[in-house]
Write a protein that binds this ligand. Structure first.
Ligand code: TA6
Length: 307
């Protein structure tokens, strides 16, 4: 599919505004004057992407409801990651190394390198980040990250990493996706029974998940290692299910800060834990080692069904 995108994009002009029937792409300035890309699909669905961090901040259905969570306290500042949406985590997950937490991809400005519309009506934008003096200073490797966001009746995102340098490097990578839910106490994660988990709240103890329906009753911060490629987030309060289908990404993280952690987060409302959950897809437990010239890619597709 992505090869098709590459070919078809070459055929399509690069539009700077919406094309016929309101579909297509707009580039404007969003909050705090940060450059923003808005993709609109013929169904009325839309996606907002800030070039700061290649950060998807909204995935709106035809009714205009944001299916992703975005904190009302989020700081749209170049020095700070946006709180909510889909943060891109690279080359380090969390504080599992010497880099800034979750790495530097989410606090660098990415370039829009391609956009267009496929014959099936899918609209897409591709963004790119390469090494720069700031990244080289803390992570002495040359790389090219490409991030393709495709909107149809689903939202599909694909990440690729190319080692453009002369030495191998290792990295972790993840899409740290925040979903908006009606009530955290009424949701459940399905499909993780039997999967090994690493519990970040219990000194990273490892154990097998025994539950088919995982409810959220407190702070939750767990990595599921080698998780199934298709998972379901049941959002009973909205009478809907969110389907998460990953490829090339081994692990899944589920996270909710709950009450105490929410109060400590200055870019997150004290009560907002009730209306969000993170379901993250990526390669965390086993970092990837990339040889010079080699390329890795992984993808995740999000879609919605009624419950
Ligand atoms: O993905 C879970 C996690 O690592 C949690 O431990 C929590 O710190 C969360 O990420 C948010 O991290 P951030 O740096 O965005 O505040």
């Amino acid at each position: 599919m992505f090869e098709t995108e590459r070919k078809e994009a070459l055929m399509k002009p690069d539009r700077r505004a919406t094309s016929q029937s309101g579909m297509g792409i707009i580039q404007d300035t969003g909050l705090n004057g940060l450059p923003r890309i808005v993709l609109t699909h013929s169904s009325g669905a839309s996606v907002e992407i800030y070039r700061h961090g290649a950060h998807v901040t909204a995935w709106k259905n035809e009714g205009g409801e944001n299916l992703l969570f975005l904190s009302r306290e989020s700081r749209f500042e170049r020095s700070h990651p946006i709180r909510g949406g889909i943060p891109v985590v690279f080359p380090q997950f969390s504080d599992e190394g010497a880099l800034p937490k979750h790495g530097f991809a989410r606090t660098n400005e990415w370039a829009l390198v391609k956009n267009g519309q496929l014959s099936d009506g899918t609209v897409f934008a591709t963004l790119r980040l390469e090494e720069n003096p700031d990244t080289i200073r803390i992570w002495p490797h040359r790389f090219a990250l490409e991030y393709s966001v495709r909107l149809s009746d689903a939202l599909a995102v694909r990440l690729s990493v190319t080692n453009t340098g002369d030495n191998p490097f290792r990295f972790q990578i993840a899409l740290h996706t925040y979903f908006q839910v009606a009530d955290i106490r009424l949701i459940a994660m399905l499909g993780l029974r039997g999967i090994e988990l690493v519990d970040g709240l219990r000194q990273n103890v490892r154990e097998k998940e025994t539950r088919e329906r995982i409810a959220f009753e407190g702070e939750t911060d767990r990595v599921y290692v080698q998780a199934p490629n298709r998972l379901i987030l049941s959002d009973a309060g909205h009478h809907r299910e969110l389907y998460i289908e990953k490829s090339g990404m081994n692990d899944v993280v589920i996270w909710n800060p709950w009450i105490d952690k929410s109060v400590k987060m200055e870019d997150f409302g004290d009560d907002e834990y009730q209306r969000m959950v993170c379901v993250e897809t990526g390669n965390i437990a086993v970092p990837i080692v990339l040889s010079p010239g080699a390329r890795w890619e992984g993808a995740t597709k999000f879609s919605v069904g009624s419950e």
